[in-house]
Write a protein that binds this ligand. Structure first.
Ligand code: CA
Length: 252
């Protein structure tokens, strides 16, 4: 924790400037998945669905790292990689290749293309985020890519890196899943999520558990954070749909 009082930290403070990651991928589902996971890890995300846009964004926005799909309409990923490497502002930007073709890996990592790392499709988002962090660490040193994030609003403070939660100024012990759930809700306020969406986004897409597992964990979380868990004001049930987080109740 910083030792700063919550009032000085504002509603939500990121202690370091977020690093921008550019994802170049024509499939929207994959872009969305990557964006969600990178944002959850504390990065800012730029998106391009084709090579031309990606070259423009890479030059204009100077991202800290480019995630580049090889199979793109128009300019191929290989051409984009070569062009990024050949022009000055982007010549040294770390590039992480997404590819479904293991046969191209030697080529993209070789001297000709000079990509920094690769992930083969299908990939686990967690693995991808870990590789992004590793490439950033190699490129910029250890401190830069660890944006320490603190959430502070009203009764609640969360230090995402330290897994510390304080409610009304007192430390709150939460199970890991409850912590992840709380973090998820806090980062997506006022949006309604179905049980299935929550499972996908908090548990991960390759985990096979029943949707009512979500209810069990929400009940546990409510017991810890609600002033009256029989009449919750923070995690609201939206009948027939799912749940949403109401941050206004933290100010009470
Ligand atoms: Ca593609």
């Amino acid at each position: 924790m910083t030792g700063q009082p919550a009032a000085e930290m504002g509603v939500e403070t990121k202690q370091t400037i977020q690093q921008k990651i550019l994802i170049v991928e024509d499939e929207k589902d994959i872009r969305d998945l990557v964006r969600y996971n990178l944002e959850t890890a504390g990065f800012a995300v730029l998106e391009a669905s084709d090579g031309e846009v990606s070259l423009h964004l890479a030059t204009a926005e100077r991202p800290a790292l480019v995630i580049l799909d090889l199979m793109l309409p128009g300019l191929s990923g290989l051409e984009v990689c070569r062009m990024l490497r050949s022009q000055d502002p982007t010549a040294s930007v770390p590039i992480l290749i997404l590819t479904a073709r293991a046969s191209e890996v030697d080529k993209v990592l070789g001297l000709e293309m000079g990509a920094d790392d690769y992930v083969t499709k299908p990939f686990s988002p967690r693995e991808l985020v870990a590789r992004v962090k590793a490439v950033l660490r190699r490129a910029y040193g250890p401190a830069v890519n660890q944006p320490r994030q603190i959430y502070a609003r009203g009764r609640l403070q969360i230090d995402y890196d330290m897994y510390e939660v304080r409610l009304d100024g007192k430390p709150l012990e939460l199970g890991l899943r409850e912590f992840e759930l709380l973090k998820f809700f806090v980062q997506s306020p006022n949006r309604v999520f179905s049980r299935t969406q929550i499972l996908d986004l908090v548990w991960g897409q390759n985990v096979y558990v029943e949707p009512r597992t979500v209810d069990v964990h929400i009940r546990r979380l409510r017991k810890r954070i609600e002033q009256d868990d029989a009449d919750p004001s923070l995690i609201l049930t939206v009948r027939g749909v799912g749940y949403k987080f109401n941050p206004e109740a933290l100010d009470a």
